[in-house]
Design a protein around this ligand. Structure first.
Ligand SMILES: NC(=O)c1ccc[n+]([C@@H]2O[C@H](COP(=O)([O-])OP(=O)(O)OC[C@H]3O[C@@H](n4cnc5c(N)ncnc54)[C@H](OP(=O)(O)O)[C@@H]3O)[C@@H](O)[C@H]2O)c1
Length: 372
């Protein structure tokens, strides 16, 4: 299998590149021509430097040259678009350009490769479970209705999904929309590209006003280590390529779903694992969905907040709502088990808790070992 992949330098893309290498999946990365202030691509991914093509998802056909398209058509099985503007507090215009236009342009790239090659080519777009906006309860793996609670970021991801459904015609490449859960670092090493998403909560732990965390009683934290998300995403791509043609986009939740821990469970496990790691302790405060959503959307109107704080407060809705991402479609596509990280693993990754010590056998089996 060979993938044309955008967003490889991001949190999810890094993990997809690692997992693909382990599985022998080929990758052609699409890298922006200008990335000021960022580590040069060839230095970050020396093994992929020769394979890369230059492009920007905001451009028609991602700005890929005719020559690139001809060459790619010979070998690419799936176009996987992980490029995104992931700034929850970003401007609506920038979010739209990368997340919505980028998604639509990606479908055109897949169409073009399919046309030139005469083979079926799959298009995969990384959406987010946060397109659920303010909806609670069970969230289906289907197109979602309009919702007044969506933030600008959530709205851009929802519009992208809607755009793909609208643009999809008979004979087009199959489309897989993978709604990805919040991501933590690698489950084996803890490595994380940036401390986005829920890490912001961990970092502001000591500064939460009144040390109160507003959350619904059954609020869940749907989060995956990035390597688990990458593995499930690649499995879903394989599942789509294995199955027959689809008449409309397939939506899946690459998420912990029914296995996601409650926020209360996650916090208690973290405290039980390492009580001394927490100077202060926060208390989850029972709140309604409306209250959680209101605070996460409106705090900035009353408080002068830095961008990092605004991101943190928006993040409250990602740990404070009682909802479950369904995974039936994901299960249908995956050959093996669904991702199910333990609450202990998630607590350790989120709060950087020390790894458990392996017990050491006493050197002296006699009573003298008690005499220090
Ligand atoms: N991380 C999460 O918790 C999470 C959760 C749910 C869904 N998602 C979705 O998963 C996808 C990947 O997220 P992430 O966290 O890996 O994002 P990220 O770390 O912010 O990385 C974004 C990636 O997109 C690339 N990119 C940005 N603008 C581009 C453009 N105009 N043309 C081409 N590439 C561009 C960036 O390349 P440069 O290096 O050149 O900037 C980078 O590789 C996004 O669509 C996001 O919405 C992420």
């Amino acid at each position: 299998m060979k993938l044309l992949l955008t967003g490889i330098t991001g949190q999810l893309g890094t993990a997809v590149a690692e997992t693909a290498a382990e599985r022998g999946v080929g990758i052609v990365p699409v890298v922006r021509p200008d990335r000021p202030g960022l580590m040069p691509f060839d230095r970050a991914f020396p093994a992929l430097a020769a394979a890369r093509v230059t492009g920007d998802v905001r451009e028609p056909a991602w700005g890929l040259s005719e020559r690139d398209l001809d060459e790619l058509a010979e070998s690419v099985d799936a176009v996987v678009n992980l490029a995104g503007n992931t700034n929850w507090a970003g401007s609506g215009r920038d979010l739209y350009a990368v997340n919505v236009l980028g998604a639509r342009n990606g479908l055109d790239v897949a169409r073009e490769l399919q046309r030139r090659s005469g083979r079926r080519v799959l298009y995969t777009y990384a959406s987010s479970i946060f397109v659920a906006g303010g909806v609670i309860g069970r969230i289906a793996e289907e197109q979602l209705a309009a919702d007044r609670h969506r933030t600008a970021y959530e709205q851009s991801k929802w519009l992208a999904e809607r755009e793909l459904a609208k643009q999809h015609r008979a004979g087009d490449p199959d489309v897989l929309i993978s709604r990805v859960a919040a991501l933590l670092g690698d489950s084996r090493t803890g490595a994380t590209l940036k401390r986005n998403s829920l890490y912001l909560l961990a970092e502001r732990w000591d500064d939460l006003p009144g040390r109160l965390l507003p959350a619904m009683r059954g609020a869940k934290v749907d989060v995956l280590p990035r390597d688990m998300a990458a593995g499930a995403l690649l499995d879903a791509v394989t599942g789509m390529l294995r199955g027959g043609p689809r008449t409309e986009p397939v939506v899946t939740h690459v998420a912990a779903g029914e296995r996601a821990p409650t926020i209360r469970g996650l916090l208690e496990v973290a405290r039980a694992l390492s009580p001394l790691s927490f100077g202060k302790w926060v208390r989850p405060m029972p709140a309604t969905a409306e209250q959680v959503l209101w605070v996460s959307a409106n705090a900035e109107r009353f408080l002068p907040l830095s961008q990092a704080w605004r991101n943190s407060i928006i993040g409250l809705r990602y740990i404070g709502l009682d909802r479950v991402m369904e995974r039936g479609r994901l299960a249908e596509l995956l050959d093996g088990p669904l991702p199910a990280p333990s609450t202990e693993l998630l607590a350790r990754l989120l709060f950087d808790l020390p790894a458990p010590q392996r017990p050491v056998a006493p050197a002296d089996s006699g009573l003298s070992r008690f005499l220090v």
